[in-house]
Design a protein around this ligand. Sequence first.
Ligand SMILES: Nc1nc2c(ncn2[C@@H]2O[C@H](COP(=O)(O)OP(=O)(O)OP(=O)(O)O)[C@@H](O)[C@H]2O)c(=O)[nH]1
Ligand SMILES: [Mg+2]
Length: 306
Amino acid sequence: MVLKTNNLWDGLERTRNSFFGQIATLCGASDITDETWDDLEALLIQADVGVETSLSLVGAVKDTVARRGITQSSDMTDIVKQEMVASLNGHHRPLSINQKRLLTVILVVGVNGSGKTTTIAKLAHYYQQAGQRVTLAAADTFRAAAIDQMKIWGERVGATTVAHQPGADPGAVVFDAIKSSQARGATMVIIDTAGRLHTKYNLMKELEKLRSIAARQVHQAPHETLLVLDATSGQNSLSQARHFKESVDITGVVLAKLDGTAKGGIVFAIAQDLGVPVRFVGTGEGLDDLAEFDPQTFVDGLFAPQ
Ligand SMILES: Nc1nc2c(ncn2[C@@H]2O[C@H](COP(=O)(O)OP(=O)(O)OP(=O)(O)O)[C@@H](O)[C@H]2O)c(=O)[nH]1
Ligand SMILES: [Mg+2]
């Protein structure tokens, strides 16, 4: 599977140019003092790494610096990077798409406007290129426009879209999409869902219902439940994520709109706080603007080459 590896690098441009660029400056040639730690902590917090995660990162860097007897901040950059990768690695695992499975079901959830439908189109494109035969399930029946948007993306990526009328039962759409995929020999169903219903409680109930409909039709489905978060919403998206995670078994996060923010540090907060791996990041509005998430590549992308 090939994705433009530049994507992640490009998507991190704003983040790299702001806070993390300053971390690189902080790691310039000077003695390490208490102020160095305060500055590092402040920069991490400003980049949306989150208070707790920032404190634990600074603590880990401090320990390693003391252990190795390092006194110059210029020797610190690699340690900062290593600790960052380590903090992400603990939660990272690649998305498992089992080639032997007849039909993989991916449920995509998230609040309205977070980037779900666009992300689904990108994922469909990505997996079609990798040889999967993808069906899109337009189970966000809340708005007519959402259904049309899904159909248009489906045509563009060459995937069949299963859709009902606006206001129809999303469960029926999921049921039909799976049935139709099985009949046509499709290998993957990606389900779009509504970001809002009349109350949040109903939304979570609805998602639970969709999961059980999928589970009754396909063994262990949904195989992945991806939460799409808007990177530009910063810490707000983190509280949304907690809310979803309480009710739905989230297996991974897709962080959309990373290109639109300087606060890419949110990735660390997601890993640490939720313990859910980031699987992909969105780096633009086009079909190819998706990058598979990898901790080392991500951290490298935060720092300009020395
Ligand atoms: N720059 C940028 N824009 C994005 C990205 N992903 C999505 N968008 C834009 O964000 C807006 C919302 O995206 P949608 O995919 O419609 O979001 P949604 O969650 O499906 O929204 P609802 O269906 O209203 O709940 C659109 O204008 C997208 O083009 C991204 O990675 N980068
Ligand atoms: Mg949508």
